[in-house]
Unconditional design. Sequence first.
Length: 208
Amino acid sequence: MRPLTEPETKVVFDKLANYATDLKTLITPLDDGDRYVFRLNHSRVYYVRLSIANMATSISRDALLSLGTCLGKLTKTGKFRLHITARTTIHLPPLPTPLAFRSNQLTKKNTVPILAEHARHKVWVKENGAQPFLYGSNVVKAHVGRWSEDCPEHSGCVVYSMADVPLGFGVTARSTAEARRLDPTGIVVFRQADCGEYLRDEDTLFAG
């Protein structure tokens, strides 16, 4: 485990800036004197309290599985890919089978609010649109309950239920104005990640 290099930090912050507003709040010192830092281990980027990161230095690289919040992964080509673990605390409405019988597991993997609390653009999906999104589908116009008025095209956005529960994030396919003119089946948000991945990809989500 090590701190990010300057180029790595730039790549991570550039990606976060697509979704979040003021990134300075992510590293602002806390009231107790601690602060959050970014650490790299097995190509995965973690957002963690400095006090915890310091304690983790006594653990070998191969033995350390995870710490803090996993924001995503740096690829071999130098790009940064955000993971669903970067979103926020997970509290989902009851899910239909086959996810329903294990939906309680989703509430056990809580993460520090990052994207959802600092979201620049937001899209809220109706109840009939939440299920397809949680199964990995894009968001179509017919499923949108409301959206931020100023969403530009190809911009990062956080997807919420109508009860303001963050479900995942994606990239807008159209600006807000253009999306209003689309047919009901037109795609308005390309899905990047959704919290259904905690079940669909549970064997690999936190793997090295």
